[in-house]
Design a protein around this ligand. Structure first.
Ligand SMILES: Nc1nc2c(c(=O)[nH]1)N[C@H]1C(S)=C(S)[C@@H](COP(=O)(O)O)O[C@H]1N2
Ligand SMILES: [Mo]
Length: 452
């Protein structure tokens, strides 16, 4: 094959940061750039030539295939792509199941893989018998059935939900060695469809003193949480659909609150009651949980927005790179304050950084996929990704986060994750060397088996 001279460029010419990070534009979907990638791939890319190997004649072409099904399931060969449940031994309905982010691509979480956080199990709700009451500081109390709600004009929004306790193993003194999704996958992204809360609040009529909304779920935990009325009127909505189908029981069927960009606990599932009040209810999940002691001795409360975060999903913990070659570094970035404006990647432990390509669509408060070509030279190194959102907020290094928030952290862990690649290509999680994790005053928490 005659090589296009223009594309026949050496790897070095495309290097934009130390240790083999290549120009993100090589990943733009245009012939010329992809041509360059093809040219710098080892020996004809990753496929075999027809002189090495024959095309396999598969047995499944010699017999009729399976008939139709009423609800599709993933291929039986994909049975490792599953959530990872961790539950309380005494109360099995209290726990979490993690989304396998390291085994997934794109930005949308399939419904069966959306992470779960229940405090007392998944209620079996018959939608015919489910009601939503809106009362409190309103002009008239109203009760809605699901059928009533289905008649309102709806809106759809793609957005992530992240538990405030996601990635909390990051506060541990030793780096968690769980796979990327089983450490950071209390975060998922779906298209939610339902009725804007502002429409229903206009219908009940807010009284002057209304400042908060207390939302309550119809589960055995009867979860309660307070939400400022401004957010409720701004972009909160009552979702009935998740990625085009009715919400899964695990995620709040038949009705859940969506509070875009704010911590997961506000997104009350199995929603049955909204009480308009003039102050927060001070429920368990906004006092003893989802708050934390600061170095000043004061507790942080009502830390609603999820700060910008990114995570390289591949290569990530437990993966093995097959020798020096061209690799695609890819991952997810998100921010509860708007759109992701930039993701930077380092392949030399943070000394130099290159800008990653952001895949369209880049949406408000949604997962954004990033990619960057990397030529690994086979030497041990540390990969990092750093997200910057449209407010200019920069995802912190772990040392910065610990310095600012102290050692009593449990929630809102959004530090940069370091993936160490050893000379065998094995990937593991490491902290920066300069992090002193051994002072006596440190509390000795080990959060791998805890959540909230
Ligand atoms: N009724 C009810 N709503 C709830 C919870 C719950 O236990 N009961 N858990 C909350 C928490 S802590 C989180 S992080 C999210 C999890 O939503 P998901 O299970 O759909 O991922 O739901 C929130 N809403
Ligand atoms: Mo949560």
């Amino acid at each position: 094959m005659k090589k296009d001279r223009k594309n026949d460029l050496s790897l070095k010419e495309h290097e934009v940061a130390g240790n083999g990070l290549l120009d993100r534009r090589l990943f733009l979907l245009r012939g010329i750039q992809l041509g360059v990638i093809a040219n710098i791939m080892p020996t004809n890319g990753f496929a075999k030539t027809t002189t090495d190997i024959d095309l396999i004649d598969p047995t499944w072409m010699h017999e009729p295939g399976e008939p139709f099904s009423i609800y599709g399931q993933p291929s039986a060969y994909e049975d490792d792509v599953v959530r990872f449940p961790v539950q309380n031994e005494i109360v099995p309905g209290n726990g979490v199941s993690w989304t396998p982010l390291h085994l997934m691509e794109g930005t949308i979480t399939p419904n069966g893989l959306h992470y779960e956080r229940h405090h007392n199990g998944v209620p079996k709700i018959n939608p015919k018998n489910h009601r939503l009451l809106i009362h409190g500081l309103v002009k008239k109390d109203l009760i809605f059935s699901i059928d009533d709600l289905l008649r309102y004009p709806m809106k759809s929004k793609i957005c992530f939900i992240e538990c405030g306790g996601n990635s909390n193993a990051g506060w541990n003194k030793q780096p968690s060695q769980s796979e990327a999704g089983y450490f950071n996958g209390l975060a998922s992204c779906s298209e939610w469809t339902g009725v804007p809360l502002s429409v229903l609040l206009a219908e009940v009529g807010l009284r002057k003193k209304s400042k908060w909304l207390v939302a309550e779920g119809a589960d055995a935990f009867a979860m309660q949480i307070s939400i400022p009325i401004e957010k409720a009127l701004d972009d909160a909505f009552l979702a009935l659909y998740q990625n085009g189908e009715r919400i899964r029981p695990e995620n709040g069927y038949p009705l859940r609150l969506i509070v875009p960009g704010w911590e997961g606990v506000l997104n009350v599932k199995w929603l049955r009651r909204l009480k308009v009040t003039n102050r927060p209810v001070m429920a368990r999940n906004e006092t003893s949980r989802y708050t934390e002691l600061q170095p000043s001795g004061k507790a942080r409360m009502f830390t609603f927005p999820i700060e910008a975060k990114s995570l390289i999903t591949s290569p990530s913990a437990h993966m093995i790179l097959k020798g020096p070659s061209l690799y695609q570094i890819t991952g997810l970035a998100w921010s509860g304050r708007g759109k992701i404006s930039k993701v930077e990647i380092s392949a030399d432990g943070g000394e130099t950084w290159a800008e990653a390509a952001l895949q369209e669509p880049i949406l408000d408060r949604s997962f954004t996929r990033f990619r960057l070509p990397w030529h690994w030279n086979g030497k041990p190194t540390v990969l990092k990704s750093r997200a910057i959102d449209e407010t200019g907020y920069v995802q912190p290094e772990r040392t910065e986060l610990v310095k600012k928030r102290g050692r009593h952290g449990f929630f809102h862990y959004n530090a940069i994750t370091n993936w160490h690649v050893d000379s065998d290509g094995f990937v593991s999680h490491v902290y920066d060397k300069n992090e002193n994790e051994t002072t006596d005053s440190d509390i000795n928490i080990n959060i791998d088996s805890d959540w909230d």
